[in-house]
Design a protein around this ligand. Sequence first.
Ligand code: GLC
Length: 579
Amino acid sequence: MSLKNIALCCFALGAVAVASGQQSPPRQEQALVSRTSADAWWKHAVIYEVYPRSFQDSDGDGKGDIKGIESRLDYLKSLGVDAIWITPMYPSPQVDFGYDIADYEAIDPQYGTMGDFDALLKTAKAHGIRVIMDIVLNHTSDQHPWFKESASSKTNPKRDWYIWRDGKDGSYPNNWQSWFGHSAWTPDKTTGQYYYHYFYTQQPDLNWRNPEVRKAMYGVMKFWLDKGIAGFRMDAVSRLFEDPGLHDDPYLPGYNAFGDRNIQHKYTDDLPETHVVFQELRKLADSYPSHPVLIAEADEPTIADLAKMYGTHGDEVQLPMDFQIADLNELSAPKFRKLFQEVETNPADGWPEYFFSNHDQVRQWERYGDGKHNLEIAKLMAVLEMTPRGTPQMYYGEEIGMRTTEPTRKEDVRDPIGITGWPKEKGRDGERTPMQWTPAAPNAGFTTPTATPWLPVPPNARTINVETELADPNSLLNFYKGLLKLRHTETALMFGDYKTLNPDDADVFSFERKVPQGGQGRNIVVAMNMSAAVHTVKFDDVGAKGGVVMQSNYSASGSKVDLGGLELPPFGAVVVAVE
Ligand code: GLC
């Protein structure tokens, strides 16, 4: 048993004993319980991503804000969310809707004031909900005073805070491309040099080789941690460093949606220096007794690359987001099985973190739906998200089955990549439409009735909304609530091991979650039929013939099932307590 499992096992015993009102564990065990429960909080949390611009508007300007988020904490609590990750709310010209930061230690007036933020933290704490901030370390806005200084002259003390280079042969310094299209270099008239930006022109990259930059950014993080936030989701962190030799990236076949030649970002992604920064960041986080979590945007090409982010000694990022899983745009039992197995057995023994939707990605409703069984599939995906070992991360609105509503005309597009890439790349507006709360008010309750929301509220909000779904026992929302409750009460789901079952099944993905040795509770079998055909599966390996349905998208909770021949309808998903 690894150290990790011993700690969890002891915590499980304590947690179960406390929850069931039994005698407390012995004193020595108690100490372990309180220590592990604090430092492992993020292992047992359900994280919910809030896109603040789109969640809830309180002042009628058509854009969500902090007071709006605060007013919805009761809802989040009743859903069972433990922590919210809020995408950037710092002052920003909003070219990339907050990912272009002009001041790291303030709140953009469109979202409210620092006083509002402090009040949110306090109310969230009272609800038992932690607040995770988004931090953009790779780049700032071109309107940040640091960049303005840096751009002002070649001799400015902040010149080296960004990446400035001379052009080559009358053109760009090299062939590096922006993730958002075209060259990653923009010429600057004042000094005649080019500056580098992995993303938009208005998002110049910081020079992480400069110790002053590191110091400044660690200072920013301390500023927020001192306020009592629970950690950071770190934006684009695999891109902190670039090859100082400026080697050209290798070309790949074909062209991208922006009409550029495809390239491999070999000299700008995942440079070894990044790990030194991760270690420094982790030291900073670990210096807080509240055990803040570091979550990395880790769109890594392989699980081996993702595993490196945990650090060789578990001393880097606690939760690299698993984009291997998130980017599988296909409902495939063998492929999901393989990916979950890979992260489960990752070489760093790191804790998995997975998700299916976020603010950069077409929502899961469309990505996995077949157009006919979408509700069943959405429930199946909820089972897949809430039952494996690891930390699940939800995206606002997925719990009600919000759809991706893309703009239909170029002139309506708000996300600049949709303008550059139209019509092949329509941008990310589709997955950022306002949260749908109620059928009873104009704008679905997202903003005041007469306001114009920053993106239109989809017409389907009349039927797809929180209020309507709360009243329907078979809704997706109530299905999620049930699953989140199971996650918080079943020892096997909180602390149990994960074991693949029927590894060769082409259509049904199933696994067992086992109560750790000495713990109390029931073992759990999860089975998901990822096909449109009926399948009967046998579970010979679980040491029992029968079970009881805890939650399912086709059968009532409490029904008995035969594990020696379990019939699953098309896209049937079931969580079974083994008896
Ligand atoms: C990350 C964010 C994305 C943003 C980009 C640049 O990928 O998730 O929304 O546009 O970084 O900051």
